[in-house]
Ligand binder design. Structure first.
Ligand SMILES: Cc1ncc(COP(=O)(O)O)c(C=O)c1O
Length: 351
C-alpha cells in the first residue's frame, strides 16, 4: 500500500534492462557524444512533431532550474504558483541558477485563470529598480494533481507572451497528463505556446532521467553551457539517454502512465464511497487528494498504508478541511499493483 510518492517506486524492467545493456556495450564517447544520445534527440523531435533540442539531467530540480535560467537574465524574475514545486521544493535552485528573483502568485487549486494570471503579473512592480519579469512557470499536472487543457494552456501562454515573458512547463509527471488528456505531446507544449518543458522520466518508470526540451533549438548551446557549469552534465551520459530510449520505446511511457492513472481512479472511487474519508477533488492524473482525520490516517498506516500529510494554507474556502480533518496526498505509480489498492480499500471498509 505504497502511496507516498511515485518517487518511491523502483524503475520499469525495460529501463533497467537498457541500463544493463548500456553498461555492457562497447565503450562510447562521453558527455553526450554517444550513439544512444544522438538517436534519442531524433526520437524527441519525432515525438514532438518538430525539431527540438533535448538536454538531459538527473533531477527534476535541475531540469526546472536550468530551463527557467535559460530564459531569465540575472535582473529577470520567475513567476509561478505559490505552491509550485520550483518555488517551495527546490531550495531556491531556480534563483541560484538564474540569479533572478521569484514571485509567487495564488490560484485556486494551483490552476491559474487567464484573468488571475494577468492581474498577478500586472501587479508586480517592474523597472530599473525592480527588475523585469522574464518567465512564467506552469505545472502539468500541477501540485494538486490537476490538469490544464491544451486550450487553457494556450490562453495562459498568450497572457505571458503578450507581456514579453517566456513560458516554462514543469512536466515532472508529463506522461500522466498526456495519457489522461489523450492529446499529442505537441498539443500541451509548443502548440499551446510553451517555450521550454521539463519532461520527467523518473517518476514514470526511469531511475533518474529528466529531459529539458527546448522548442527553439537555437537556445541549445546556452543550455549546454549552463548544464555543465551547474555540475549536471553526466560523463557517462549514455546511461541517462538509455533510460529515456527504453521508456519512450513503443509507447511504454504512456502505458505506464495510463496504469498509474487508472490505479488513482480506483483509489479515488473507494475513498469517495467511504463515510470516513472525503475525496477533495477527482484526480487529474495519478495523485489523489483526500480529507480524513489523523485518527483515520493512523489506522490506515497501522494497516500498512503509506501517504503524505498535505496540509496547506493555500486552499480556498470550499476546499477547507472540516471537523478535525486534514488533507492527505496519495500517489499511484507505474508500479502500483491493483492488490495494493484493493488492500487499501479493504482497510477503509474495516474502519
Ligand atoms: C511538480 C514537480 N516538479 C518537479 C519535481 C522534481 O523534483 P526532484 O528534483 O526531486 O527530481 C517533482 C518531484 O517531486 C514534482 O512533484
Amino acid at each position: 500500500m505504497m502511496f507516498a510518492s511515485d518517487n518511491w517506486a523502483g524503475a520499469a524492467l525495460p529501463v533497467l534492462e537498457a541500463l544493463v545493456a548500456a553498461g555492457l556495450a562497447r565503450p562510447e564517447p562521453a558527455y553526450g557524444d554517444d550513439s544512444v544520445t544522438r538517436a534519442l534527440e531524433r526520437r524527441f523531435s519525432d515525438l514532438f512533431e518538430r525539431e527540438v533540442a533535448v538536454v538531459l539531467v538527473p533531477t527534476g530540480t535541475a531540469a526546472n532550474s536550468l530551463a527557467v535560467a535559460t530564459f531569465t537574465p540575472p535582473w529577470g524574475a520567475i513567476v509561478a504558483h505559490e505552491e509550485g514545486h520550483l518555488m517551495i521544493d527546490e531550495c531556491g535552485a531556480p534563483e541560484f541558477y538564474s540569479g533572478a528573483r521569484a514571485y509567487r502568485l495564488p490560484a485556486h487549486r494551483g490552476l491559474f485563470t487567464p484573468e488571475g494570471l494577468a492581474a498577478g503579473l500586472d501587479a508586480i512592480p517592474q523597472g530599473l529598480h525592480h527588475g523585469r519579469l522574464s518567465v512564467v512557470s506552469l505545472t502539468l499536472p500541477n501540485e494538486f494533481g490537476l490538469l490544464y487543457t491544451p486550450g487553457e494552456l494556450a490562453t495562459l501562454a498568450a497572457v505571458a507572451h503578450d507581456r514579453g515573458l517566456a513560458v516554462h512547463l514543469d512536466g515532472a509527471r508529463f506522461a500522466n497528463a498526456v495519457a489522461r488528456l489523450g492529446v499529442a505531446p505537441a498539443d500541451v507544449t509548443w502548440r499551446a505556446g510553451v517555450d521550454v518543458l521539463s519532461f520527467g522520466g523518473t517518476k514514470g518508470g526511469c531511475a533518474m532521467a529528466e529531459a529539458i526540451v527546448l522548442f527553439d533549438p537555437a537556445r541549445r548551446e546556452e543550455l549546454l553551457f549552463r548544464r555543465k557549469r551547474a555540475g549536471q552534465l553526466i560523463s557517462k551520459h549514455r546511461f541517462v539517454a538509455a533510460q529515456f530510449e527504453a521508456w519512450l520505446d513503443r509507447g511504454l511511457w504512456l502505458d505506464l502512465a495510463t496504469h498509474a492513472n487508472r490505479m488513482a481512479d480506483l483509489l479515488a472511487d473507494g475513498i469517495a464511497a467511504c463515510p470516513h474519508t472525503r475525496l477533495a477533488w477527482r484526480p487529474g492524473a495519478n495523485e489523489v487528494f483526500a480529507f480524513f482525520s489523523p485518527e483515520t490516517a493512523a489506522r490506515l498506516e497501522a494497516a500498512g498504508a503509506r501517504f503524505y500529510d498535505w496540509s496547506t494554507a493555500a486552499l480556498a474556502a470550499d476546499d477547507l478541511p472540516r471537523d478535525g480533518e486534514k488533507l492527505w496526498r496519495l500517489v499511484t505509480s507505474f508500479a502500483t499493483r491493483p492488490e495494493e489498492v484493493a488492500a487499501f480499500l479493504a482497510a477503509l471498509a474495516a474502519l
